[in-house]
Each structure stands twice: as structure tokens, then as C-alpha cells.
Design a protein around this ligand. Sequence first.
Ligand SMILES: [Mn+2]
Length: 332
Amino acid sequence: MTANPPDMAMPVPPQETDATLHFTGPATFGRVPRLDQVGTTDIAVVGVPFDAGVSYRPGARFGSNAVREASRQLRPYNPAQDVYPFHYAQVADAGDITANPHNIDAAVESIEEGTDALLSTGAQLMTLGGDHTIALPILRSVARRHGPVALLHFDAHLDTWDSYFGTQYTHGTPFRRAAEEGLLDTSALSHVGTRGSLYSKEDLDEDTKLGFGIVTSADVMRRGVDEVVQQLKERIGKRPLYISVDIDVLDPAHAPGTGTPEAGGLTSRELLEIVRGLSDCHLVSADLVEVAPAYDHAEITSVAASHTAYELISVMSRQIAFFRWLEANEQS
Ligand SMILES: [Mn+2]
């Protein structure tokens, strides 16, 4: 399989020689070029440094850049998915979307506009948060392009609560709003890694009514990664899929740097393996949120986050290359 048919511009990957110092220079995700250096891109990595929607520890506004810093050591070849993610498709860092830190409604509006602007170029998104509030405006934009999408939501929490202090847009409510607004394909919604205390048993009933299935953190431990991946793939099928990863899906041992930690989470190995297992799914865009570096140690959380984003980009890049190859072969 070739990365591109011959008449297409070849992607510009990160510079990689035996004299490349991965730890120098301004950080872009995985040291990929900036969007303005390549003009257009297949996959845009974009930061949304917004955290005014949090309910507990603040600080995820510093997550986007922490993940970029922790992504410097990512190398060109991903053996787990047999893909060169930055060579098979153009991946570029689109910088950050500006979001008002004092006004959630205004922030949600500008995140939607920023996302629309990138998606309208044909790019797929790997968004680095920010808190989970940002998933709603992104899903609005993604649904406008693809119709209602299947959703795989990795998180310790349901994030389908109704409101906090009467506020509709928070990091605990994006998927209730998304379901209400018809952005989701309700036959293919799954939470993975759910655990911890709830406000009431009804939280689960209401979540089920929205159409979500739950694979708890304990399910992953008892049934194992392969069986869980199989179940998720059956539910998703060929639908356009959006993946939203809240880094608190990981155990605090694997991700201490986050706003709402819960004991008993996934290991980073389990999370990476589940994402790798979905490499045949039709992933259209993804986000990774809730990295709060002030509570991190030795970049444990931001390294796990950057490596998870690398796997998500690998899934998208592999498919972009495959569809290009199919198109080129049909024409010839
Ligand atoms: Mn969340």
C-alpha cells in the first residue's frame, strides 16, 4: 500500500534524522509542521485551552500545551498499528482555538466556529483540551458534516448530567446536550471506563434512556481488552465514529494530572490497546481532554495523553491512506 497516489502532494512529516534533537525548538504535536507551513491538512491537531466548565480542580487550560510538550519523542513508525501516521496523511498543528475564559456560552460559540473553520477545509480533528465542555461544540460541528455520529466516550464519569448551578454547558453535561440536540447516533453510544460514586442511582437510568451502553472499568479488568474491543466494534459497525477521551478514564496512578480523579481506573496500556483494537472503525475525529498539568508528576499524565492521541491519529491516518489508495486504484 502506498501512502498517496502519485499525482497528490506528499505529506510533510516531522524532520527525523540521526541528528534530530527531539527536545529542542517550539513544540507542535509530535513535531509535525504548523498548519500555516503546509496550507491544508488531512488531520489537524488543535488545542482548545478552556477550563471554565470544571466542577472540581481547575487547570485543564494548560493541558493542550502540556500534551504538545510531552509528544516530542513520538517517532515516525507505529508498530502497534503498522502505520507511519505522519507519512500516510498530512498531519499539522493548527494552534489553539481562542475561547473566552470568563463566559462559557461565548466560549462554546467560538469553539464551534473554530471547529467549523477547520472541518470546512476537509480536515479531520484531533483536539487537545481543555475540559470536557469543549466536546459539545465540536460534536455540533462534526454532526453538521457527517450527520449523527457513533460515540465512544472514555471517561471515569458519565458526563450526561443535566446542569450544575443551573448552567447547561459544563464539563459534566456535554453528552446530555449532544443527545438532546440530535448530534449522536443513539444506536451506537458507549461509555468506557466508568466508575466511582454518583449523585443517585437515577443518573444511570437517565443515561440509559439517552441510549448509552456502559463498559465499566471493572468490566475491562474482568473481561479483558479483546472481548471489550469486540463488543464495541459490533456496536459501532461502519457508522462514522467520534471518540472522546477524558484522561481521567485512567487510574490516578497513570494520570494524576487531571481535575476529577477517581480510583480504580484503566491502565494506560489498556486504553492504548482498546484504541488500537478499533483501527478498522470509521473514526472521523477525536478529542482528548482534562489533562491538568499542575497536578501531574514527571509528565505521567501528559505522556499517556500524547501517546493516546498518537494512536487516534494513527487510526485516522491509516484510513485516509487506505481510501486514497482505493480511489487511485479505481481510477487506474
Ligand atoms: Mn469527562
